[in-house]
Ligand binder design. Structure first.
Ligand code: SF4
Ligand code: SF4
Length: 143
């Protein structure tokens, strides 16, 4: 999952560190959901719609899965601390700092679209035929 706030150089994970999350709350500041891999022009048009929204990103992970990411913090995060720790959902419990982007020296995503320019540039480069179809669909209709 791409993180909007982390520095680019990760720290080395120390298994003896009693609090590897000290000073960090990044994984509580967004959520990402897998979406169907786009195939049709309409699917790509939907991706365009997603990334036109403020604080919404789309990325492709290193296994080729497509995800939508909402950069919005959990309501239970207060001053960078979880105020819901005992009741926190399984996804929070299962998240392993050792594997998070703070400690892993590799981008979690193969391609990241923070806005329509990122997305259209990617399509133009990697899927030129789809780019042309999408552009012709978006072209103003003749009177
Ligand atoms: S799991 Fe990673 S991203 Fe989340 S708070 Fe801990 S160090 Fe930060
Ligand atoms: S419940 Fe706690 S651990 Fe889970 S996302 Fe919210 S603040 Fe983070």
């Amino acid at each position: 999952m791409p993180d909007p706030a982390l520095p680019s150089a990760p720290k080395a994970f120390n298994p003896r560190d009693p609090n590897p999350c000290a000073g960090c709350s990044n994984c509580c500041e967004y959520l990402a959901l897998e979406i169907d891999r786009p195939r049709t022009v309409r699917d790509f048009d939907h991706i365009l719609w997603y990334v036109l929204h403020k604080d919404v990103w789309v990325y492709i992970d290193d296994e080729g899965g497509w995800f939508i990411q909402f950069n919005t913090p959990c309501e239970k995060l207060v001053s960078r601390r979880c105020t819901y720790y005992g009741e926190r959902p399984a996804i929070c419990r299962d998240y392993a700092p050792r594997e998070c982007v703070r400690y892993v020296d590799q981008a979690a995503e193969k391609a990241l679209f923070k806005n329509e320019k990122d997305f259209l540039d990617y399509l133009k480069r990697k899927r030129p035929a789809m780019y042309r179809k999408l552009m012709s669909r978006l072209a103003p209709e003749a009177p």
